[in-house]
Design a protein around this ligand. Structure first.
Ligand SMILES: NC(=O)c1ccc[n+]([C@@H]2O[C@H](COP(=O)([O-])OP(=O)(O)OC[C@H]3O[C@@H](n4cnc5c(N)ncnc54)[C@H](OP(=O)(O)O)[C@@H]3O)[C@@H](O)[C@H]2O)c1
Length: 356
């Protein structure tokens, strides 16, 4: 039995990787990594292990295998040998994607739609496949105003950027081409650091305006006070994804804060307290654009709320639930400040030890 993971060098993929390595089983983990050959792919994974651990666990040498590949290459760029070697994969977690909000559409489609279709064709050739987990995003809902349910996909929504559109189209392709596979589509909202330690290797998305605010560069933020900001900590999302490998659940699950999502007004309060800065004013301002953060503007007036009934029913029995942001936001900011917003990072292991 083995698990195939894409995106292990990314924020969410490395959290899935560490959980697969830390669990007590002998399943091989095959990570498809962008690299020219298997030595380079292994070096890249070793780099990831250095972000996660002070010293890599023995399981990494024993069970982790790096396979060079690319979502944009025919057959994922796997050699015939690698293709044969993945023959006994039983579970696939497809985490890799381009998360850039500003890629030209054709490029975003190439990675996020065509890449996903290639993962599906590989999965289809795995004779022992039990589970295919596709990591999507709750923002396939685009600009839909109101409640968005897990079963919904096309509600006539428009999209904020090529990222949302391409992730939406990836799901459309899955509904057409993978309906006979044991597929789970996981739709996280905005993923932030670990709820216990605050650890994150990625200081993008929400962290970008928060860092500018911390530096005193955003005293006024062009956000709608009642705009909804649905964030989830990475430990919740990664625990849920790993759980989906074992569970019998199929279909689409929202990994979101749902009714506990905060508003921009509440975020301003939390950020002001955690970062010890005067509360920012919310209202029209070109400050974000002037600082180069225009890609985040469309997320400052979100009118979507996400329904997560299916996810709660599937995950609650395993004790996995999304904590309320108020309970961990201070820890996110404490780590961000300690790590100087990415300039002085700790390993995941150090951050967890500090939190304990
Ligand atoms: N972060 C969030 O807030 C969030 C929220 C909702 C959903 N998601 C979804 O979660 C998944 C992971 O996101 P993330 O935040 O972990 O992103 P990330 O940190 O940017 O990681 C993306 C991963 O995808 C890999 N990748 C990109 N293009 C590739 C290609 N052509 N071939 C092979 N691998 C490629 C990257 O490899 P390289 O290291 O080689 O670039 C990296 O490992 C994505 O599907 C994303 O849509 C993320």
């Amino acid at each position: 039995m083995s698990v195939l993971l894409t995106g292990a060098t990314g924020f969410l993929g490395m959290e899935v990787l560490t959980r697969l390595l830390d669990r007590d089983d002998d399943r091989e983990i095959v990570a498809i990594v962008r690299a020219t050959d298997s030595d380079r792919a292994r070096e890249r994974l070793d780099g990831v292990l250095r972000l996660l651990y002070d010293a890599p666990p023995a399981s990494a040498a024993r069970r982790l295998r790096a396979v060079p590949g690319d979502l944009c290459a025919e057959g994922l760029g796997l050699t015939p040998d690698d293709r044969r070697r993945v023959g006994d994969v039983t579970e696939v977690v497809h985490c890799a994607a381009s998360i850039s909000f500003s890629l030209p559409l054709a490029e975003a489609l190439r990675v996020n739609v065509e890449g996903t279709r290639r993962v599906v064709s590989l999965a289809r050739r795995l004779p022992r496949l039990r589970r295919l987990v596709h990591v999507s995003t709750a923002y396939v809902a685009g600009r839909h105003a109101g409640r968005f349910e897990e079963r919904q996909l096309d509600v006539g929504q428009g999209f904020r950027n090529t990222y949302e559109r391409s992730k939406h189209l990836a799901e459309v392709a899955l509904r057409r081409e993978a309906r006979d596979l044991p597929l789970v589509v996981a739709r996280p909202s905005i993923v932030v650091g670990d709820s216990t330690s605050g650890w994150t290797p990625a200081f993008n998305v929400l962290y970008w305006p928060l860092r500018a605010f911390h530096r005193g560069l955003l005293p006024r933020i062009p956000a709608t006070p009642d705009g909804r900001l649905d964030i989830v900590p990475v430990d919740y999302v990664a625990n849920a994804l790993v759980r989906m490998l074992d569970d019998d659940v199929t279909g689409t699950l929202h990994l979101v804060s749902a009714d506990r999502a905060i508003t921009n007004r509440r975020l301003a309060d939390l950020a002001s307290r955690a970062l010890d800065r005067p509360r920012p004013t919310l209202g029209p301002s070109d400050a974000l654009e002037r600082k180069g953060g225009e890609v985040y503007l469309p997320y400052l007036d979100v009118e979507t709320s996400f329904d997560d009934r299916r996810a709660r029913a599937a995950l609650a029995p395993a004790g996995i639930s999304a904590p309320a942001p108020e309970g961990y936001f201070d820890r996110l900011m404490a780590y961000a400040v300690r790590a100087r917003w990415g300039r002085r990072p700790q390993t995941r292991e150090q951050a967890l030890a500090a939190a304990a």
